[in-house]
Design a protein around this ligand. Sequence first.
Ligand SMILES: Nc1ncnc2c1ncn2[C@@H]1O[C@H](COP(=O)(O)OP(=O)(O)OP(=O)(O)O)[C@@H](O)[C@H]1O
Ligand SMILES: [Mg+2]
Length: 230
Amino acid sequence: MSGSTGLFITFEGGEGAGKSTQIRRLAEVLRARGLTVLTTREPGGSPGAEAVRHVILSGAAETFGVRMEALLFAAARSDHVEQVIRPALERGAVVLCDRFMDSSRVYQGVTGNLEPDFIAALERVAINGVVPDCTVILDLPAKDGLERARRRATQAETKQDPDRFEKEELDTHEKRREAFLDIAAREPLRCRVVDAAAGEDAVAAEILAIVEPLLPIVAHGAARGRETAS
Ligand SMILES: Nc1ncnc2c1ncn2[C@@H]1O[C@H](COP(=O)(O)OP(=O)(O)OP(=O)(O)O)[C@@H](O)[C@H]1O
Ligand SMILES: [Mg+2]
């Protein structure tokens, strides 16, 4: 985020694309280099937003329509940004966030059929200037991602029911994949598309190659922080 010393990286893409896996791996690598890393996720990431997450993902708000759902996502995002993300960036941390504003553009905007102006207005209010420095879009055919997510669910010790979004039709998931690619094409400076079909190690290496050139920003920021603190 411009104006702060930290680095804000968001991870986007469909279900099962590998967002959580790659955030975990990148956080490990960056911490080993001595950087302060905060990993977080949406919806959720702050106590207020986690409460809203439960309402959204349980499907409790579904009967009230996609407009209300979009407002809930925005409320959760606003709390998450102000309580967690902005303070961490101001402290000079690298913030890795699992889904952010592009998921709203895609899920509520494109496949929820909400007007782009409405989505853009909510986005502006919710992020309040905290724009990601870099957005990694993990790209994978929807059917492969859903297959991965299903396999993950059968392996889990506590079996989870599919959430409100995982239950949707395959062509809806494919539409979302296209919508993420559209965003990347429109914002090539912020967004980087990574082929998520490759093995975990190869995907991790590609992500590190994207992130590495951005790290000097944080290193300088942290050094400045240390100078003023001493
Ligand atoms: N590159 C990969 N190749 C094969 N399997 C992978 C790869 N990356 C992740 N997986 C596996 O696929 C499953 C889904 O990965 P992960 O949970 O990281 O996806 P996600 O994008 O966070 O999904 P969701 O949107 O549902 O949270 C996991 O079981 C993970 O171990
Ligand atoms: Mg995940």
